[in-house]
Design a protein around this ligand. Structure first.
Ligand code: ACO
Length: 377
């Protein structure tokens, strides 16, 4: 077979056939199973969207009820994983803790060695519920608070907020988070999903694939950017500088502004449209204007000066902050949603698997480069 050399970062390379997610980066279109993200954000729920991603079509009313019941019933974590959470250093970030805990969950999963389609659906179901629980439980443990029992009567988004805060979430908070979870649920062959597919393709197991995906998501060039955006806004607040002037200085120092730019979108990231709207709405409702106002001023400046658009991470920062969520939980919340897409991709990969093993263009010393005894070097 002939080989072609890919550009740096595999830009523009089509590395898989997939029927899950379609992106038109020039037109700013994102669709799950052909359904436009704007329609899903307006009408769907995280549970229904997850069903769509996993099954290729929207559920009927009884199918949706059954699916929600399964997710609620899966809100259970072995006590030994909770003990593990208690034993981890408090210096660990929630994202590191999530990575470690997801790996540990495999030991206590009754389907640990079942790599069939059905086994992975069951494990994906459990992981979807458990990832949200781990994020909420670890946040309470590190703050010296009690663990809140899951409530099966609540939706995925509402149960997460309930277990995080120990208070019934408002309708606005639940709806805002639910939409954010829909928007983050899948994104074709992004770095973490590609990592998950590479791991799954070796016929390893779904817990390994998701653990690897969490590691990839954590980086600031990927999901970690939402935390970096908020840290930038906090720095602006601390220094008292004018936001656009602050960002101008960073640009002059050739630094990247987190939450802007995208490998695929050449126009507005359609997810940012909803997050901007929700950030603005929360800002109006709460009277906390600065985070939205500063974000908007920075966005307008970066648009005009650098011709870069805000991506999904930019307005999720101010949105989550106005929901009262701590900054280091932002990327874990990305995982709370993206587990839906990761699972869909692992299952799709295994339904028609072949090992993913590309080649490298060798640019090292010429061959043969002979070994020399240590005394002669
Ligand atoms: N701020 C300033 N300049 C930028 C930014 C940015 N956020 N993003 C891209 N650029 C510039 C680069 O400096 C580069 O300029 P040059 O050609 O003069 O050197 C050019 O635009 C192309 O940038 P690359 O980094 O080569 O683009 P790539 O496609 O490799 O990277 C990425 C895409 C990683 C998203 C990039 O835009 C970036 O680093 N953004 C900030 C981090 C971020 O927000 N990540 C989240 C992405 S969405 C997600 O993963 C959920």
């Amino acid at each position: 077979m002939t080989t072609a050399t890919a550009g740096k970062g595999l830009e523009g390379i089509v590395a898989a056939n997939s029927g899950i997610c379609w992106i038109d980066g020039d037109a700013g279109v994102l669709a799950y199973r052909g359904m436009d993200i704007h329609e899903l954000a307006e009408h769907s729920t995280f549970e229904e969207t997850t069903y769509l991603l996993w099954n290729g079509k929207l559920p009927t009313a009884p199918q949706l009820e059954e699916f929600k019941k399964h997710l609620a019933a899966a809100r259970r974590i072995d006590v030994r994983v909770i003990d593990l959470l208690r034993s981890l250093p408090t210096t660990g970030t929630p994202m590191e803790v999530l990575r470690t805990a997801v790996s540990a969950l495999s030991f206590y999963d009754s389907d640990e060695y079942d790599n069939t389609h059905e086994g992975n659906v069951r494990k994906g179901n459990r992981l979807t519920s458990q990832i949200a629980m781990i994020v909420a439980i670890y946040d309470r443990l590190r703050k010296g608070k009690n663990i809140i029992e899951a409530d099966p009567s609540l939706s995925h988004a509402a149960n997460f907020l309930w277990m995080l805060n120990g208070e019934r979430p408002s309708e606005t908070a639940t709806k805002t988070l639910d939409i954010a979870l829909i928007l983050h649920a899948d994104h074709e062959l992004n770095a973490s999903t590609f990592a998950a597919r590479v791991i799954a393709a070796t016929l390893s197991d779904i817990h390994s694939a998701i653990t690897g995906a969490i590691g990839a998501l954590k980086g600031p060039l990927h999901g970690g950017a939402n935390e970096a955006v908020m840290r930038l806004l906090y720095d602006i607040d601390k220094t008292g500088k004018e936001p656009v002037e602050y960002v101008k200085d960073l640009i002059a120092k050739k630094q990247k502004i987190m939450g802007f730019g995208h490998r695929v979108y050449k126009t507005e990231d359609p997810r940012a449209t909803h997050l901007r709207r929700m950030s603005e709405q929360l800002s109006r409702d709460s009277g906390q204007h600065k985070w939205y106002d500063w974000s908007r001023a920075i966005e307008l400046y970066i648009n005009s000066e650098k011709k870069l658009n805000a991506n999904v991470d930019f307005y999720s920062a101010s949105t989550y902050t106005m929901l009262g969520i701590d900054v280091d939980l932002f990327t874990p919340i990305f995982a709370v949603s993206r587990i839906a897409g990761w699972t869909a991709h692992v299952i799709e990969q295994l339904d028609d698997n072949r090992l993913i093993r590309p080649r490298a263009e060798y640019i090292g010393p010429g061959y043969p480069n002979h070994w020399v005894p240590v005394e002669n070097r």
